[in-house]
Write a protein that binds this ligand. Structure first.
Ligand SMILES: Cc1cc2nc3c(=O)[nH]c(=O)nc-3n(C[C@H](O)[C@H](O)[C@H](O)COP(=O)(O)OP(=O)(O)OC[C@H]3O[C@@H](n4cnc5c(N)ncnc54)[C@H](O)[C@@H]3O)c2cc1C
Ligand code: SF4
Length: 632
């Protein structure tokens, strides 16, 4: 597929004007009703699909091709050539069956995400270009892997440079150890975030171009960051301390002494100092957050601005694409440069394929470079911090996956969204992306509501309807406010290696499914109390509701297995604990059955932390690294 054009560096593909992707565009966003040019939309979608890993792109093209084929079979014309009424009949048929509706919603999300990001690219980049960065990029010793000799030696290798890896690296370097951090992704800088098309950023900074998902009923979309700084590059900056009740559970039920609230609070303090947390200031909160607080206040529910690590935030709502002001203070701006100042080096663009060991004693790691060559790093200590979904597969393919619980106990802190249309313009994409919390039901029910918008244009994926109705809603996008809700879930998933590939599974429990429906009910109440005219519940096939009675009626009949779920906080697949049978990693972070190997990322978190987890993961990593220094 050749490139059609380059806009802000995003290469769209030259799709056939009457091809299957153009047909898909015409079906979902009909140009006759004011939708975009189907060919242009097809080119942008094609460009995105080209960047997705096998088999996502071919699969989407195959489904679009099947729809096009069905149109030809039934009506004798290509999908793009059918008249609007015939396409609408086709949409009705697809939306009326649960099986095809799930497929249709998946295609709709892709079309709206890519079209919305492209349509708003100029506005987003203009805004990014106008803002003066709060700080320059930090000085770091980052060496692209191809510039290293084939074999190097060091005292300790840290695999992964995200929340956990960065904090561990800094602590180890501070103790005088020679540290090499190995990161699969590349280094991104503020100029990337100020000048690059949003879709280019999305596909470069997320694993699998943002298409990672857990298989289950329902499936769960699971975005994961990849780059120097890990997922902190793209996260929303929300910074919660681990609740004491959760720490108590980890200490008492899992035997994790590190989680003793008195000692752990020192680690949390240190994390907060390092990443500079503070409540969202009123002047960048944005209308989306303000309306959330208004709704909660009218209901008498506990709420407030979120605490974030973003000193100098200008409220441009692009956190999920990298911060163009360098305000969001991810670990690429603090812990990693601090580690480098203490002598650590970061090797970028090297995927560690195996941890090397001899008779159970770790001897280093083997990594693959972009040119296919091998990089061997010899070290007596290895800290694995690849993230919850990548750490178990690395240990398994290294022959260190013997513990029966490794890869199990995956908790996701699953999330649902709801939005509401207001008479006033809300312009949710002006202001902080994640700005305010409603924590009234957090301790009692494990449900946390957070005012969450999407980067400019991308929020359209939550719009209701298809076809003509969808185009009409896109025209009113400015009037929508949106909320997200996360629930403290039971561990219900796993990460496995099957046929050389990683398979993530997650089967929502019945209890958690109903908790998610309750979360939608709570979000709907906040939005209605804030003055929303119509609430979009996100439940498939359900029209917007206008009052609480209707909301409850719709939810009473809803099936949790048809929810559209996303999760941003996977944890637990190598949980730490004192019980050798239950926990693959001991209470000090050491992988059982290996010598010289520690794990220090989201995978060691013993159970769902019930809050956005970056601070918890960082504090655990600090504690584990302190243990390495103290005990060797
Ligand atoms: C969109 C989004 C928004 C979020 N918002 C928030 C928020 O507001 N607040 C919050 O607390 N949490 C948030 N999170 C979650 C939080 O950022 C993560 O939980 C946290 O960063 C996980 O830390 P980690 O060290 O386990 O892994 P990561 O930070 O994901 O780091 C793992 C690193 O390891 C690298 N790696 C993986 N495999 C290999 C390999 N084989 N070789 C070399 N390198 C490898 C990866 O490329 C990655 O850079 C968000 C997540 C997402 C996706
Ligand atoms: S809203 Fe996010 S991306 Fe925008 S300036 Fe603030 S932290 Fe950065």
């Amino acid at each position: 597929m050749s490139d059609a054009r380059c806009r802000h560096g995003f290469a769209a593909t030259a799709e056939h004007p009457r091809g299957a992707l153009a047909g898909l565009g015409a079906l979902l966003l009909p140009p006759e009703a004011g939708g975009p040019s189907s060919q242009q939309l097809a080119g942008v979608l094609g460009g995105y699909l080209r960047r997705t890993p096998h088999p996502v792109g071919p699969a989407v093209r195959a489904v679009a091709g099947a729809l096009d084929g069905a149109a030809r079979l039934l009506d004798g014309d290509r999908l793009v050539d059918l008249d609007l009424a015939t396409r609408e009949r086709m949409l009705d048929r697809l939306a009326s069956s649960p099986r095809t509706e799930l497929l249709l919603d998946g295609l709709k999300a892709l079309v709206l995400l890519t079209h919305g990001a492209d349509a708003f690219a100029d506005e987003l980049l203009d805004r990014a270009g106008r803002d003066v960065p709060a700080r320059p990029d930090a000085a770091m010793t980052v060496v692209p892997s191809t510039q290293l000799a084939a074999t190097v030696r060091t005292d300790v290798v840290v695999v992964g440079s995200g929340a956990g890896g960065a904090m561990a690296a800094r602590q180890l370097a501070a103790a005088g150890l020679e540290v090499l951090v190995v990161e699969e992704g590349r280094r991104f800088g503020v100029e990337d975030f100020r000048t690059t098309h949003p879709l280019e950023r999305w596909t470069a900074m997320y694993r699998d171009a943002g298409t990672t998902a857990a298989v289950g009923n329902p499936p769960v979309v699971l975005p994961l960051g990849r780059g120097v700084g890990g997922t902190t590059l793209v996260n929303s900056g929300t910074s919660f301390r681990t609740p004491d009740r959760v720490l108590g559970r980890w200490r008492d039920r899992h035997g994790v002494d590190l989680a003793d609230a008195a000692g752990f609070s020192g680690l949390l303090d240190e994390v907060e100092r390092t990443i500079a947390t503070a409540p969202v200031p009123a002047d960048v909160m944005g209308r989306n957050g303000e309306l959330t607080l208004v709704g909660a206040e009218r209901l008498g529910w506990s709420s407030g601005p979120l605490v974030r690590n973003a000193p100098g935030c200008g409220g441009c709502c692009q956190c999920a694409l990298g911060c163009p002001r360098n305000a969001k203070y991810g670990v690429h701006l603090n812990a990693l440069p601090q580690a480098c100042e203490l002598g650590a080096r970061i090797v970028s663009e090297a995927r560690v394929t195996r941890v090397l060991h001899d008779g159970g004693r770790v001897t280093g790691v083997l990594a693959r470079r972009p040119d296919g060559s091998a990089l061997r790093i010899e070290a007596p200590r290895v800290v694995v911090a690849c993230g919850t979904t990548e750490t178990p597969p690395l240990l398994m393919r290294s022959g260190l996956g013997g513990h029966r619980q490794l890869g199990r106990n995956l908790a996701l802190h699953p999330a649902v969204g709801a939005s509401a249309r207001f008479a006033e313009p809300v312009t949710s994409w002006v202001g902080v992306l994640q700005s305010a919390q409603v924590d009234q039901f957090h301790a009692s029910d494990g449900i946390m509501l957070e005012a969450t918008a999407m980067p400019p244009g991308m929020g359209s994926i939550g719009m209701p309807g298809y076809g003509r109705a969808l185009v009409a809603e896109l025209d009113r996008a400015e009037h929508y406010a949106s909320l997200g809700a996360m629930i403290a879930d039971a561990p219900a998933g796993s990460v496995r290696r099957i046929g050389g590939r990683t398979l993530i599974r997650y089967q929502l429990t019945r209890t958690d499914g109903h908790r998610l429906l309750r979360a939608i009910a709570l979000m709907g109440r906040v939005l209605l109390a804030a003055g929303g005219d119509e609430v979009v519940t996100g439940l498939p096939g359900q029209p917007p509701v206008t009052d609480v009675e209707e909301l409850d009626r719709v939810l009473a009949d809803a099936d949790p297995r048809r929810l559209h779920l996303t999760a941003f906080h996977p944890t637990g697949t190598a949980r730490m604990g004192a019980d050798a049978q239950r926990s693959p990693v001991d209470e000090r972070g050491r992988l059982r059955g290996a010598e010289g190997l520690w794990v220090a990322d989201g995978s060691v978190v013993p159970s769902c932390p019930e809050v956005n987890p970056q601070v918890t993961i960082m504090a655990l990593a600090l504690g584990i690294a302190d243990g390495i220094v103290a005990h060797g």
